[in-house]
Design a protein around this ligand. Structure first.
Ligand code: HEC
Ligand code: HEC
Length: 270
């Protein structure tokens, strides 16, 4: 049995079709699987992605000149939104998530019109632009604990506010989370050479996901290629003085509350 394909699929009831496909594919030859998906992916890429990401995958498609946030250059092997540690390649699920949801506030569209198979096919294809997919492969996703019940409580938001100041988040993201901190305009360009903008938490969904687990993951893995660092070292070994056990979750509470003017965390898990 080819188990790899199962790893890529979330067999929840709403995508039973995809799982049926996985069962079908599981019967086919393992070695051919990637090649076969990749050629189907070439077609999807040429139709829907090439205009922005370019024929060579370097982010210089014909439309890219007009865009403020530039399309990802896939040849560098650096991705912003990952469940894997800083410096490692994302998992198929990470790529699947961003292709499905798009990147809010940029021209990267959501692609619900593509079938699940087409999305996995184009993922296989875009891996062809960077040799590290063959040599290193994706990293291991970090462990995300079950969110504690106090996330979103007033006490947790209050503690999160202290951390937001202590860790200098405000310098980039601004006192009220509008992306207008004092350093916001002085950041060096990101690794692709584009101007960086600290995220404005008060509008729109977060690109790395807005659920509490998503925000926790973003702190722990950082946003690849940008000034947004990983805070894993700080939160995983709390010093007991400045940083306490579970403080990452308190910061999650505060960031979510910023979406609501800094008062309470929004109830919805969008
Ligand atoms: C209209 C332009 C446009 C089209 C069409 C487009 N993209 Fe993008 N894409 C972007 C932009 C802009 C970004 C960068 C977003 C950012 O940096 O936040 C991006 C980023 C990405 C990322 C990187 C996410 C990360 O974590 O770094 C992936 C993967 C991606 N696109 C895949 C695709 C695929 C697959 C298609 C075709 C189905 C596609 N894109 C079509 C503009 C586009
Ligand atoms: C040196 C500047 C800088 C500091 C300090 C910083 N950030 Fe960021 N942050 C950024 C930038 C720039 C981005 C946007 C990256 C991109 O997508 O281009 C970002 C993105 C994010 C995102 C992801 C938004 C999304 O779309 O998913 C979160 C969450 C976040 N920051 C939270 C924080 C928190 C909390 C702190 C403090 C612990 C912090 N940041 C400190 C610069 C910074």
């Amino acid at each position: 049995m080819n188990m790899r394909i199962f790893d890529r699929l979330d067999c929840s009831p709403n995508i039973l079709l995809g799982c049926a496909l996985a069962v079908l594919l599981a019967g086919s030859a393992t070695a051919d699987e990637a090649t076969e998906l990749s050629s189907a992916g070439a077609e999807v890429y040429a139709t829907y992605c090439l205009g922005c990401h370019g024929a060579k995958g370097d982010g210089r498609g014909p439309a890219s000149d007009m865009l403020i946030v530039k399309p990802r250059d896939f040849t560098k092997g650096v991705f912003k939104f990952r469940s894997t540690p800083t410096g490692e390649l994302p998992t198929d699920q990470d790529l699947y998530r961003i292709i499905t949801n798009g990147a809010y506030g940029t021209s990267m569209p959501a692609w619900p019109l593509l079938t699940e198979r087409e999305r996995y096919a184009v993922i296989e294809y875009l891996k062809g632009f960077y040799p590290g997919w063959q040599t290193e492969g994706p990293g291991e996703p970090i462990f995300i604990p079950q969110p504690p019940e106090f996330v979103g409580s007033q006490a947790s938001i209050h503690r999160g506010r202290e951390l937001y100041e202590l860790l200098d988040c405000a310098k980039c993201h601004g006192d009220r989370g509008r992306g207008d901190g004092e350093s916001a305009n002085d950041l060096d360009p990101d690794i692709w050479g584009n101007k960086q903008r600290p995220f404005n938490f008060t509008s729109g969904p977060l690109r790395g996901g807005s659920r509490v687990e998503d925000i926790y993951r973003t702190f722990m893995t950082g946003v690849g290629g940008t000034a947004m660092p990983s805070y894993a070292d700080i939160f995983e070994e709390p010093d007991g003085e400045y940083i306490l056990e579970n403080d990452a979750w308190n910061l999650v509470s505060y960031v979510r509350s910023l979406r609501n003017g800094g008062r309470t965390a929004p109830a919805e898990d969008q």
